[in-house]
Design a protein around this ligand. Sequence first.
Ligand code: XIL
Length: 455
Amino acid sequence: MRKTRSIHLIVAASATMVMAAGMAAIVSTPANAATTLGAAAAESGRYFGAATNSFMLNRQPHATVLNREFNSIVAENEMKWYHTEPNQNQFNFTAGDQLIAHARARGMTVRGHTLVWHAQQPAWAQNLSGTALRNAMINHINRVAGHWRGQIHSWDVVNEAFADGSGGGRRDSNLQRTGNDWIEVAFRTARAADPSAKLCYNDYNTDGVNAKSTGIYNMVRDFKARGVPIDCVGLQSHLGTTLDPTYQQNIQRFADLGVDVQITELDIMQGSNQANMYGQVTRACLAVARCTGITVWGVLDPDSWRTGANPLLFDGNGNKKPAYDAVLNALNAGGNNPPPTTAPPTTGPPPITTPPPSGGGCSASVSLNSWNGGFVATVRVTAGSSAINGWRVRLTVPSGATVTGAWNANRSGNTGAVDFTNVDYNGRVAAGQSTEFGFQATGNGSIPAPSCTAS
Ligand code: XIL
């Protein structure tokens, strides 16, 4: 007993010393010390975000804390497949739209979570397999990423596709059974659907150098070598009571591949080490220039998905926990390793262009994102010297190719010469301005310059 007590005393004494040191640091730089997580992270060009739900946006004290502390949000559930496409080809964007509006009104960025995942699929997708599932996946990505095009900072394109344990291989799932290339197809499709979003692969139990994170590392290296579009790796970081000593080293090795790293779902089991670990994780991210932001998986402890673990930064009354101070102090102390301003994502081959029309009318150009066995086409329609009120684009798909879906256009036909016409919201194009639509197809080959007729 006495021994235990003296250990506690030593711990308490050293904790006091750490606090004293932390306070001394703050006192010496009072002007620079930001007072919220978002502002402190922003000082080094990073974001600090939280997962939330549309139905919590006005709930107190959640709302006050969310709006005060964070400069990024992510939908805890409401952008998942089961939520956004509850019936096949019937989309529900209401909750996601609310989250985005809330964020935009407050200057917060939005992470997108998640386009494809083996879990939380709608029942109809769980029951699909093979080509039908593959096409449903592509359509889902096109429609969801297309709907929020330009509004999502980073998308978790694929979530949790690797298996736990020593093998470092893929997890079995209905998606995996459509063929090993499903992940790269998902990324290529996402790039075409929202070219400005960073495209991330996201997973858990990857919080150090281990077999699973190495499997993902090898995939990212292969994607970079073959030009498959990937911009970042998300480390979920649902953590227990100790931090893997290779946590920072693991972040660094992904960064060295030329992708950003984001801590995407941070929560840490309550216990004597919680505050310390929150500080360690924050410092590890700040130490790697390409670790661009941290998201905690919830705001108030009682709202956490880890019932009883109290793994977040605020208690149920919205009070800051010691873990909060550890994060804020780390952000304020370590903001001098800013992430690089990254070049815009690679956009693939230049579009095949048709000469601009000399008078009125319109022109169309197409760019392809192809993989073995399929492609996604993005078609740009440009008005000539006068505004147009509607358009029809005719293009010829390669022989053997079949169009399986289109967005932002009506379509007639699916092989040979296929016609696309405007939908009600994109028919009117001002003089010299453009609008875009897209489609996906199975098959391969090139597409000759399309024709465009204005109406
Ligand atoms: C969790 C949510 O927090 C819960 O509300 C839901 O019931 C299940 O999903 N990894 C992920 C997240 O990528 O989407 C999960 O979120 C937690 C684990």
